[in-house]
Design a protein around this ligand. Structure first.
Ligand code: SAM
Length: 511
């Protein structure tokens, strides 16, 4: 492929972890002419369009909300197709292509990084960056026009992003204590994977995996911790989950978010409608020249911030936080409980003994928690006289039993455990250091609201424990043994045969 000079230089600078000042100092996105960037990408797109796209009613252009975006090239009606692109490993970056094609001979097939699919796509992205500078692995193979399109796309990616993974350490610390969705977990995963990859793979062949690359005369980090962190921020903020895979789709990834738009989805295309791919449709009419949008999906404000680096208005409407519950490893029924969580949670995915659950406060809801959290908490607290439910005889039914109150003792323990988890999560949020970004303050307030609402709900539940119906009572009702009994009732009962005192199913149900 050719490596024609492009109007900007890719600046992935930063020589030590979290070196935000260097990233910003080296940033070109503020002074770069977005029109030039867009026109280089559009030109490369035109040359490769026949292969890349089936329907294209957009081009890349400066955006009204952030850097670049997709602009309608014609008047669009609501429901019209804006853009569709077939799935093709020559341009889509996916974990499968990274593992089975690009890094096939390099990465052990059992490689299982902490950063998962996102990490594999990030690796492929770094290889694309290296390829655009004339090094890296030349996989997947592509015709020249497609490679030139990929190079133009790489050049058009943002180099300095306002993304939490690239914030200063002090801002990251404030974010860490502003949300129960923890950024340190993600940073640790990135650091652990990058360190392993550098030591086991990149350092062994620096010709193929350059630590820095030279793009248009500038040295930039590539197969290094800094490069990997940048690539993770790019993949988190621009990839989509379509047809069962995480995909970073050049061009589609230029579309900005609007709450009222539709997510990019899987669709079929081509002459016989049998080719699968990604498609973007309009949820409202657009005039030619207007920016078009997609939605990045329903997510909490914390998830938006951690993934995309911004929080759209809709994400603040529902306040979300997270609490964690754990089955006590010293619980004498630990193994039985683990067995149930692993194999008997019905259509829910298997659960670990340590589980995080969302708690929310939304308009029109009174703070009732996720039913799965209550089920988990009831199982966690199961013991004493209720432990008979853990007998193997009931193994297939226990999870179902946990959907309804077990006993007053169990329910009290559940209410207390969830209340304590909310209180300690609130306490943690209150420990947040001063300063940091405004979005973190807003996030903290929002998470506190969700936790307080759940706590209030739990306190109301605690007051009403004696009004609930518990397992024994339900069981007696099932057996028809729950009514008050007097001999006179039976004497006048014509349905009774000799010697019977109670008719089967003759309970006086109190619906
Ligand atoms: C998929 S990219 C979209 C293309 C991007 N604007 C560019 O120039 O490369 C997603 C990123 O664009 C920005 N973005 C998208 N929609 C936005 C919006 N409505 N408000 C603010 N930033 C937005 C965020 O930084 C986000 O992480």
């Amino acid at each position: 492929f050719t490596n024609a000079p492009l109007p900007i230089q890719l600046s992935l600078c930063g020589t030590r972890p979290y070196a935000i000042s260097q990233w910003q100092a080296a940033s070109t996105s503020n002074d770069v002419d977005l029109e030039d960037l867009a026109s280089s990408l559009n030109k490369a797109l035109d040359a490769a369009k026949k292969e890349l796209i089936r329907t294209c009613n957009v081009r890349v252009g400066p955006s009204g909300v952030d850097r670049l975006g997709l602009i309608a090239t014609t008047d669009i009606k609501k429901g019209d197709l804006l853009l569709n692109m077939p799935h093709d490993e020559r341009w889509e970056l996916t974990a499968a292509t990274a593992r089975n094609v690009v890094f096939k001979d390099v990465l052990d097939k059992d490689y299982d990084g902490w950063t998962g699919e996102t990490g594999l796509v990030a690796l492929q992205l770094l290889n694309e960056v290296a390829r655009a500078s004339g090094s890296g692995l030349e996989q997947p193979t592509r015709p020249v026009p497609i490679q030139e399109f990929m190079n133009a796309w790489i050049h058009a990616l943002p180099t300095s992003m306002d993304h939490p993974l690239l914030w200063s350490e002090s801002d990251q610390e404030v974010l860490q204590s502003s949300s129960n969705t923890k950024i340190y977990r993600v940073l640790d995963d990135i650091e652990e994977d990058a360190t392993w990859l550098v030591e086991k793979i990149f350092d062994k062949d620096r010709t193929k995996f350059p630590e820095t690359i030279n793009l248009n005369g500038e040295d930039l980090p590539c197969f290094s911790l800094d490069g990997y962190r940048w690539a993770m921020a790019i993949v988190q903020s621009r990839s989509i989950f379509v047809d069962g895979s995480l995909r970073l789709v050049p061009l589609m990834d230029m579309c900005n978010h609007d709450d009222t738009a539709k997510e990019i989805q899987g669709g079929t295309m081509g002459a016989f409608g049998t080719t699968k791919g990604c498609e973007l449709t309009a949820t409202r009419p657009y005039k030619a020249g207007e920016e078009v949008f997609c939605s990045y999906g329903p997510k909490s404000a914390a998830d938006y911030l951690l993934e995309h680096g911004f929080c759209p208005p809709q994400s603040w409407k529902t306040a979300v936080s997270e609490i964690t519950l754990e089955i006590d490893p010293d619980d004498r029924f630990y193994d039985d409980k683990l067995d149930i969580l692993e194999f008997e949670t019905y259509d829910q995915a298997p659960m670990d003994p340590l589980q995080s659950f969302d708690v929310i406060s939304a308009p029109g809801r009174d703070g009732e928690p996720d039913p799965a959290m209550i089920q988990f908490a009831r199982l966690r607290q199961l013991g004493g006289l209720d432990a008979f439910m853990l007998e193997s005889l009931f193994r297939k039914e226990v999870w179902g039993f946990m959907a309804l109150p077990v006993s007053e003792t169990n329910e009290l323990a559940v209410v207390n455990a969830i209340s304590e988890a909310c209180e300690s999560a609130l306490e943690e949020l209150n420990q947040c250091p001063d300063g940091g970004r405004e979005v973190c303050t807003k996030l903290r307030e929002s998470e506190k609201k969700a936790l307080k609402r759940t706590l209030e709900f739990m306190l109301r539940e605690k007051e009403a424990l004696d009004l609930k119906e518990y397992y024994q009572e339900r069981r007696l009702k099932d057996l028809g043994l729950d009514s008050e009994w007097s001999p006179e009732d039976d004497i006048t009962d014509p349905d009774l045969s000799y010697g019977q005192t109670r008719a089967p199913g003759g309970a006086d149900y109190d619906w």
